[in-house]
Design a protein around this ligand. Structure first.
Ligand SMILES: [Zn+2]
Length: 300
């Protein structure tokens, strides 16, 4: 990896020079923004759930096999409140917005906390691929509609009893088929992609197509390997196959590019890229494993 200051300087030039900026963001960006699923933020806010269930963090607790819908929704309500409807836009997301707001930009994210929308990003320049905590859907996906859950979540929190259960009448039921409702999160084959989702998807496709006619900068933040085929691998393909595309990848542990060889994918560190792809890729791809927040300060 090149010297940090050299990489910062290079990225600053690329931001200034870009006709289009496409942001791809995963969980690591929200962690960097302070919306952490573990540690003190978890233990301070969920002591009663930790005591009752032995929860370790807010991620794994979402998959706990609760014995009843009343218990499940008591947890979901607190989780949704803490990670979406109860928090404002964070400084880091606002900082990122100030860097791109005068550019022709677009955002694709797997995050369900809506930090981009809360921090000023334009909803017409935003594609939320994996759902949002702020909406519920039929758990059997019997119809293609989402429902805002803000009031319901607040009510559930208010009515959660000492056994960490909500009253049965607050368990949301599908108005069409009578099954239980669920959060709009892509975790099984019942994820609902409503009309807005399809519009966002189309806007993303259109932006990419348009942006490939100019100088496109990809800014990728905190994307790991849970669902790399949504953002990370496509970004790798774009930077490798288009001369006018540059990529800055912010990642604490894996900044490598993916290279496909004999049908298998390999993560190739920057220093070894020359062995696999033409050498000039190194000038188009800038890895950062440093702090996102501090690094973004250089571009404001
Ligand atoms: Zn239904």
């Amino acid at each position: 990896m090149e010297d940090y200051n050299a990489r910062v300087k290079k990225l600053k030039e690329l931001i200034d020079d870009a006709d289009y900026i496409l942001i791809g963001a995963g969980a690591g960006l929200s962690t960097a923004a302070g919306v952490e699923y573990g540690g003190k933020r978890f233990t301070d806010n969920f002591p009663e759930f930790i005591e009752k269930y032995g929860f370790q963090d807010m991620y794994t607790s979402m998959f706990y096999p609760f014995k009843s819908p009343e218990e499940r929704w008591a947890y979901f309500a607190k989780h949704v409140y803490m990670n979406n409807i109860g928090i404002e836009g964070t400084d880091l997301y606002e900082k990122l917005f100030s860097i791109v707001k005068d550019k022709d930009y677009f955002v694709i994210t797997t995050n369900t906390d809506d930090q981009f929308l809360k921090s000023g990003f334009d909803k017409d320049r935003f594609f939320r691929t994996q759902g949002t905590y702020s909406k519920i859907q039929c758990s059997k996906a019997c119809h293609n509609k989402l429902y805002d859950d803000t009031e319901l979540i607040l009510k559930m929190m208010e009515k959660t009893d000492g056994d960490l259960k909500i009253p049965s009448e607050l368990v949301p039921i599908c108005p069409v088929c009578g099954e239980e409702m669920d959060l709009n999160l892509r975790k099984d084959s019942f994820f609902v992609e409503d009309e807005e989702w399809h519009e966002q998807n189309q806007n993303y496709i259109d932006f990419r197509q348009k942006a490939l006619n100019g100088k496109l900068l990809l800014l990728e933040f905190g994307i790991g390997f849970n669902t790399p085929i949504i953002i990370r691998f496509p970004f790798d393909d774009l930077v490798k196959s288009h001369e006018n595309v540059n990529l800055a990848r912010f990642n604490r542990s894996h900044t490598e590019l993916t290279v496909k060889l004999n049908g298998n994918y390999y993560l190739v560190p920057e220093d070894e890229l020359g062995n696999y792809i033409s050498q000039d890729i190194k000038d188009k791809y800038i890895p950062f494993n440093e702090d996102i927040d501090k690094t973004l300060d250089y571009f404001i």
